[in-house]
Design a binder for this molecule. Structure first.
Ligand SMILES: Nc1ncnc2c1ncn2[C@@H]1O[C@H](COP(=O)(O)OP(=O)(O)OP(=O)(O)O)[C@@H](O)[C@H]1O
Length: 628
């Protein structure tokens, strides 16, 4: 009935004695109400003067008003407590999500995390309001009502005593069945939430591949499953409500029948019979009250379990560092045998390297090789499964330290745009940045057009202007350009959403940003590599080589193969006429050129001259080919 964890919430234990006292007072006024009423009716029945019944009627009114007042005080106290606890749980959960970081929230399921914080906590609030007072009333009020009933008519008291446990046993049995149903219903609800959110996120992909109708069918089936489970849980809850109503009505009817028969036989007087008859339904009322909200309490109990489960997820964040890290020329980072193994058994394995001073490190590897996983560990989002980290002589097992994160700028593959003004989104790392600084940074990131068109106070994100993937990436770059204090920079394919011309244009602005920092850049694009001090080559989660681009391209066969693949994909991003130009250059450099081919290359090179960005890519590819 009551989730024990409820008692660990602040204020709940203190509330229990208050509710207990209110239940005792309530039982007393219920008895008073019945006794005054029975006495007034008996006096009038006996033909006494109405005025003799007036004190009884006033006594009844006083008890009636006190009862209403107790209900008011109780709901006021519980509403306040439930609201405070719901607010606290909601902020605890949000803080927990922020501490856990994106990968753990993804493991919990973004959809179910969101619905637990929103709907789940509303259900917990309702649960707190209902369950404490109802259970205490059920435990206290019937016993206190039974005492005067036993004094007035012990036979009726005996009927009440005998029937009460039956009602409780039925409630427990049906309660177990209803609990099972409610658990299944909650699980389907969480599944539906995740499924729905995933579908919303992937709606453009689904539409693009013409699969949206099929997916709509899958959402329909999941919601149907949820409907079935909900109806099953409701049926069970209704059944337990009906069973309790049935038992209590049967018991009251039995008491009334015997009282009537004994009244007719003259074995009992009108006053005790009337008082007992009025008190008998009150005896069962707390039980029926509980049963009528049984389904709501089951939902609340499940939601509280889900909240506790999320709050109890182990945090790998260790606060070892006392202040943010300022990366300098003397700083040192050593990674030894760092591994992260996901549930699927994949991830990265035994990564080791050591870096000191300002360095630009590229992480390369084919898709799924572990670049994002390694970068997420270096950004402090993901705790390693094993391995050691030595940061400026300080030994750490993880970089998920709050202070370390305060030193890091991260540009992910997909930039998140917060619902708010453009200024809030741009000055994300530096909220105190002036408009002039924001303008200058946005110019470097190539965002001036958007800034001019909607202004810094223009709304973007949900509810505001929708911006393209490329613009979102420029927002992320502006954030990085603006940040002065954070000089550990992590970039996960920072220009992946930009076309090649824009990419090279922005790359020219990004390169100075990488100076005097520790930079990790995961990339599939070849042209970044010659600008990097070090390249870490990953293959299926393992390090295949570490060295400079020049060294690796001469000595590492896997890197050479990777470069060929990367060159192919770079070429595909270039307009076809220029692709031909690049191929011809590659051919001429690998000794397959003919005079005709060289002439063609020259002609095409002349034609593309106005496009400086592409000619720069051509040049870089030339260099790379030379190096191999
Ligand atoms: N949350 C996760 N749960 C389970 N497996 C995962 C998870 N994230 C990544 N993986 C697996 O770990 C391996 C490394 O993935 P990761 O995303 O780090 O590769 P990547 O090199 O960044 O790929 P890409 O270039 O496509 O972004 C892959 O086999 C991937 O399937």
């Amino acid at each position: 009935m009551i989730d024990k964890s409820l008692f660990n919430l602040p204020g709940v234990r203190k509330m229990l004695p208050v509710l207990g006292i209110l239940a005792v007072v309530q039982a007393t006024v219920i008895c008073g109400q019945a006794l005054f009423m029975a006495e007034a009716i008996t006096k009038l029945w006996q033909g006494q003067n109405f005025m003799t019944a007036v004190p009884m009627i006033l006594g009844f009114l006083a008890c009636f008003l006190s009862r209403e007042f107790i209900n008011f005080v109780r709901s006021k106290a519980l509403d306040g407590l439930a609201y405070r606890l719901a607010t606290k749980l909601r902020s605890d959960m949000l803080e927990k999500f922020f501490r856990l970081g994106p990968s753990s929230v993804a493991d919990l399921g973004s959809g179910s995390s969101a619905t637990t914080v929103i709907t789940g906590i509303d259900q917990v609030e309702n649960y707190i309001k209902l369950v404490l007072s109802k259970v205490l009333n059920m435990m206290i009020v019937p016993i206190l009502i039974l005492i005067p009933v036993l004094f007035l008519d012990w036979e009726s008291g005996l009927v009440l005593i005998i029937t009460f446990p039956f009602a409780i046993i039925f409630m427990i049995l049906l309660g177990y069945a209803a609990q099972g149903r409610a658990n299944r219903q909650y699980k389907t609800f969480q599944f539906l939430s995740n499924h729905f959110l995933d579908s919303l996120r992937g709606i453009s992909t689904l539409k693009y591949f013409g699969l949206s109708k099929e997916y709509a069918g899958s959402i329909y089936r999941t919601s149907e499953e949820f409907r079935r489970e909900t109806m099953g849980a409701l049926r069970m809850a209704m059944l337990s409500t009906f069973a309790l109503d049935f038992f209590s009505s049967l018991s009251v009817a039995t008491v009334a029948l015997f009282l009537g028969l004994r009244l007719m036989d003259g074995h009992i007087l009108l006053f005790p019979a009337l008082a007992t008859l009025i008190m008998a339904p009150e005896y069962f009322l707390p039980l029926r009250d509980f049963a009528s909200d049984y389904h709501a309490t089951l939902n609340g109990k499940n939601a509280l379990e889900a909240v506790n489960q999320m709050l109890s997820v182990e945090e790998e964040t260790l606060s070892v560092l006392t202040e943010p890290v300022r990366w300098t020329d003397d700083s040192k980072l050593t990674i030894a045998d760092l591994s992260k193994t996901y549930e699927t058994g994949r991830g990265v394995e035994n990564v080791s390297f050591s870096l000191s001073g300002f360095k630009k490190v590229a992480l390369v590897g084919s898709s799924g090789s572990g670049k994002t996983t390694l970068l997420s560990m270096l950004a402090g989002f993901l705790a390693p499964t094993s391995g050691k980290i030595l940061l400026n002589q300080q030994e750490l097992t993880t970089l998920t330290d709050g202070k370390y994160r305060e030193s890091v700028q991260f540009i992910p593959q997909n930039t998140y745009i917060f619902s708010g003004t453009l200024r809030e989104n741009l000055a994300f790392y530096e909220p105190s940045a002036t408009d002039e600084e924001i303008f200058a940074a946005s110019e470097l990131a190539g965002l001036t057009e958007l800034v001019k068109s909607i202004g810094l106070d223009g709304k973007i994100g949900s509810g505001g202007r929708t911006i393209s993937g490329g613009q979102a990436q420029r927002v992320a770059l502006t954030r990085a350009f603006l940040s002065q204090s954070r000089n550990i920079l992590l970039l996960d394919e920072p220009t992946a959403h930009l076309d090649i011309e824009t990419e090279l244009e922005i790359k020219a602005n990004i390169l100075p940003l990488l100076d005097h920092k520790l930079v990790f850049l995961a990339t599939h694009r070849l042209h970044w590599l010659s600008s990097m001090d070090l390249v870490i080559v990953l293959n299926e989660g393992k390090v295949e080589g570490i060295g400079t681009h020049q060294e690796l391209s001469k000595t590492n066969p896997y890197y050479q193969k990777l470069l060929t693949e990367m060159r192919g994909s770079d070429l595909q991003t270039v307009p076809s006429v220029l692709r031909l130009d690049l191929r011809l250059q590659s051919l001429s450099e690998s000794g397959h050129s003919s005079t005709k081919g060289t002439e063609m290359t020259e002609n095409l090179s002349v034609k593309k001259e106005p496009d400086s960005a592409v000619s720069s890519l051509t040049k870089e590819t030339e260099n790379d080919t030379d190096e191999i």
